[in-house]
Design a protein around this ligand. Structure first.
Ligand SMILES: [Cu+2]
Length: 137
């Protein structure tokens, strides 16, 4: 009776130890295997023409020029919350969370300065040119 219990106790210790060794060896073999592909959770999409990245406590591009009627999209690539808030009371995104997106359609020509309410150093501008119909219309 006592001998059986002792044997069971050793098995309980050995099983996780073997599993641990197996996982370490398996991990080493995977990194050396040329067919092993590391998957990434980072989005790899390219920045759109009318897209502003919020990255490194800055808007990029700092100045974006579009034609009236264009929808501009801001994407928060930072690890903290930001806002896209116009200096005039035209638009205000409210909080844009990490990986969050905000869009605004500029229907009127003009120069629109905006900032982040949390970080006063974050300033940028959208320049909206009037829409000109192509000749022939
Ligand atoms: Cu900010």
């Amino acid at each position: 009776m006592k001998k059986t219990n002792h044997f069971a106790g050793i098995r309980i210790l050995i099983a996780p130890a073997l599993l641990f060794i197996f996982l370490i060896l398996n991990g080493c073999m995977n990194t050396n295997n040329p067919t092993y592909t590391k998957t990434s959770t980072t989005t790899t999409g390219t920045q759109g023409a009318n897209e502003v990245y919020i990255q490194g406590m800055a808007f990029s591009p700092v100045t974006l020029t579009v034609t009236a009627g264009t929808t501009v999209t801001w994407t928060n690539k930072d690890a903290m919350t930001h806002t896209v808030t116009s200096d005039s009371p035209l638009f205000d995104s409210g909080n844009i969370a990490v990986n969050g997106v905000y869009s605004y359609t500029f229907n009127t020509a003009g120069t629109f300065a905006y900032h982040c309410t949390y970080h006063p150093s974050m300033k940028a501008t959208v320049i909206v040119n009037p829409y000109v119909a192509p000749s022939g219309y």
